[in-house]
Design a protein around this ligand. Structure first.
Ligand SMILES: [Zn+2]
Ligand SMILES: [Zn+2]
Length: 445
C-alpha cells in the first residue's frame, strides 16, 4: 500500500490502533514527499482549520505581555490535556514543553512564542483584544495556533513517529529573551534540531521564505543620560546645555556605521528616543536618549557596543556634560544573530517544496530585524523561516507591530502542516546511525 493511502487509512481509523512501525528504509522518496501534501490536506479540513482559527481568536482576545502569559499557558496546557499529549511546565515562568512520540531520540523541536505587545489594537472586528493597551500585533497568537495544529496532526500519527517531537511554547520573545530563559531551564537538552516560523505580510499566502546562514541580525538596546546644568534659556552662559550635547552625540553616533564599519558588513545604530526639557525658556538639567544597534557578526556587534559607549561619554564631555550609558541586559538581553543551519536549509527546501511547489519556496535577503530564536540556533542546529500571508483580494495586511496588524487566518493550515511535516520527516530521515546510548530515555516521559 502506498504511503499516501496508508496515511488516509490512518486518518479514517483515527490512529487509535497500534500501527506497524516503519523505518525510513521502508519509505520511498515518493512516500516521503507525500507526507507534507497529506498533512496540508488534513490541516485544511474544516475540523482542524476552524479549530485553529478558534484557538487563535481566543488568544487574540486575551493578549498577555512577556513573562506574564499565565492564562495563555493555561489555555495551551488545557488543549494538550484534551489531546492526551504529555507536557512539562513551567519553563521560564510560563513556558510549556509538550512531547509526542516514542520518548526516545532523536528529538526535534517546533517552537511558538506566546507574548503580545503593549499596543492598543486599532482593528475593529469581532475578536478584537479585550485588554486595553495590549495586542497580539506580531502574530504570536497564530504561531501558538499553528504549533497546536501541528500537535494534533502529529498526535494522530504518534505511532509512526521515529523519535520524539518537542513542542516548545516560550514566553517573552519581544525583547525579553524568553528563549534564553527556556535554555537556562534546560528546555532543549538533548534536542537535535529546532524549527521556528514567523508570519509575514511580505510574502504571498502559500509561500515561504528563508535562507541559509545569517537570517536576522544581532540586536541590543542602549540608553544614556546626558547631564549638564539647567537654567534660563536666555542666559546660556550660566548653564551647561545637555540638549546641545545630546544633539552632537546623536550626530556623532551616525559615524559608527557610515565611517567606521565595513560598508559590506551591514550594521545599524538608531537613536529612537530623545527626551529632555519641558519649557520654551528653560535649559534642562539632563537629556535621556536611547536606541538600538544591530550587526551580523559577534565582532561587529561587540565593537558597536564599545564605540556607542565611548562616543556618547566622550562627545558629551566636549560640551562639558557628563554621560552614563546603560545597555540594560537584564531586562532586554542582547539577541545573537539568527543563523540557519546549512543542512536544515536544504532539508527545509525539500519538505516545503514537496508541499507548496519549489516556486513557492523563496530565498530571501537577511533582515536587520532580530528574533530570540537566535538563542536556540547558538546551541543547536536551528531553522527559522517566514510564512506568507499576503492576499490582495483580502486587503492590505500591515507589517507586525502596527496597531492595524491583522493575521490572514488562511495561513494557519500551512503553518501547522509545515511544522508537522518538518518534525515528522526529520525523525524519519535523521535516524541515529547507532543504537541510542544507555540512559537515553527521558525519565520525565
Ligand atoms: Zn514582534
Ligand atoms: Zn514576532
Amino acid at each position: 500500500m502506498g504511503f499516501s493511502k496508508w496515511i488516509s487509512l490512518v486518518f479514517i481509523l483515527h490512529a487509535s490502533l497500534a500501527l506497524p512501525v516503519f523505518s525510513k528504509s521502508s519509505l520511498s522518496p515518493e512516500d516521503l514527499a507525500q507526507i507534507p501534501v497529506n498533512f496540508l490536506d488534513f490541516a485544511k479540513r474544516p475540523e482542524l482549520s476552524e479549530w485553529m482559527v478558534d484557538i487563535r481568536r481566543k488568544i487574540h482576545e486575551n493578549p498577555e505581555l512577556g513573562f506574564q502569559e499565565f492564562e495563555t499557558s493555561k489555555f495551551i496546557r488545557a488543549e494538550l490535556d484534551q489531546m492526551g499529549i504529555a507536557y512539562k511546565y513551567p519553563f521560564a515562568e510560563t513556558g510549556v514543553l509538550g512531547y509526542i512520540g516514542t520518548g526516545l531520540p532523536p528529538f526535534v523541536a517546533i517552537r511558538a512564542d506566546m507574548d503580545a505587545l503593549a499596543i492598543q489594537e486599532s482593528v475593529e472586528w469581532e475578536y478584537k483584544s479585550k485588554v486595553p493597551g495590549k495586542m497580539h500585533a506580531c502574530g504570536h497568537d497564530a504561531h501558538i495556533s499553528m504549533v497546536l495544529g501541528a500537535a494534533r496532526i502529529l498526535q494522530e500519527h504518534r505511532y509512526e513517529l521515529q523519535g520524539t517531537v518537542v513542542l516548545v511554547f516560550q514566553p517573552a520573545e519581544e525583547g525579553g529573551g524568553g528563549a534564553k530563559k527556556m535554555l537556562d531551564d534546560g528546555a532543549l537538552e538533548r534536542v537535535d534540531a529546532i524549527f521556528g516560523l514567523h508570519v509575514s505580510s511580505s510574502f504571498p499566502i502559500g509561500a515561504v521564505a528563508s535562507r541559509s546562514g545569517p537570517l536576522l541580525a544581532a540586536s541590543g538596546f542602549f540608553e544614556a543620560v546626558i547631564s549638564g546644568k539647567g537654567g534660563h534659556a536666555a542666559i546660556p552662559q550660566h548653564t551647561i546645555d545637555p540638549i546641545l550635547a545630546a544633539s552632537n552625540v546623536v550626530v556623532s553616533l551616525q559615524h559608527l556605521v557610515s565611517r567606521e564599519a565595513d560598508p559590506l558588513d551591514s550594521q545599524v545604530v538608531t537613536v529612537a528616543k530623545f527626551e529632555g526639557g519641558g519649557a520654551f525658556n528653560v535649559i534642562p538639567d539632563s537629556v535621556t536618549i536611547g536606541g538600538t544597534f544591530r550587526a551580523f557578526s559577534k565582532e561587529s556587534f561587540i565593537q558597536l557596543k564599545h564605540r556607542i559607549e565611548e562616543v556618547i561619554t566622550k562627545q558629551a564631555s566636549v560640551q562639558r556634560c557628563n554621560a552614563t550609558v546603560i545597555f540594560n541586559e537584564n531586562e532586554k538581553p542582547f539577541f545573537p544573530v539568527t543563523v540557519n543551519d546549512k543542512d536544515l536549509h536544504k532539508y527545509f527546501r525539500e519538505v516545503a517544496g514537496d508541499m507548496l511547489g519549489t516556486q513557492n519556496v523563496k530565498e530571501m535577503q537577511p533582515l536587520m530585524g532580530s528574533e530570540d530564536f537566535s538563542f536556540y540556533t547558538e546551541v543547536i542546529p536551528g531553522y527559522f523561516f517566514f510564512i506568507g500571508m499576503k492576499n490582495e483580494t483580502q486587503g492590505q495586511f500591515e507589517q507586525g507591530h502596527s496597531p492595524y496588524f491583522r493575521v490572514n487566518e488562511d495561513v494557519l493550515p500551512y503553518g501547522a502542516a509545515l511544522h508537522a511535516s518538518l518534525a515528522m520527516r526529520y525523525l524519519l530521515e535523521k535516524q541515529p546511525k547507532a543504537n541510542p546510548p544507555k540512559g537515553s530515555f527521558r525519565d520525565e516521559l
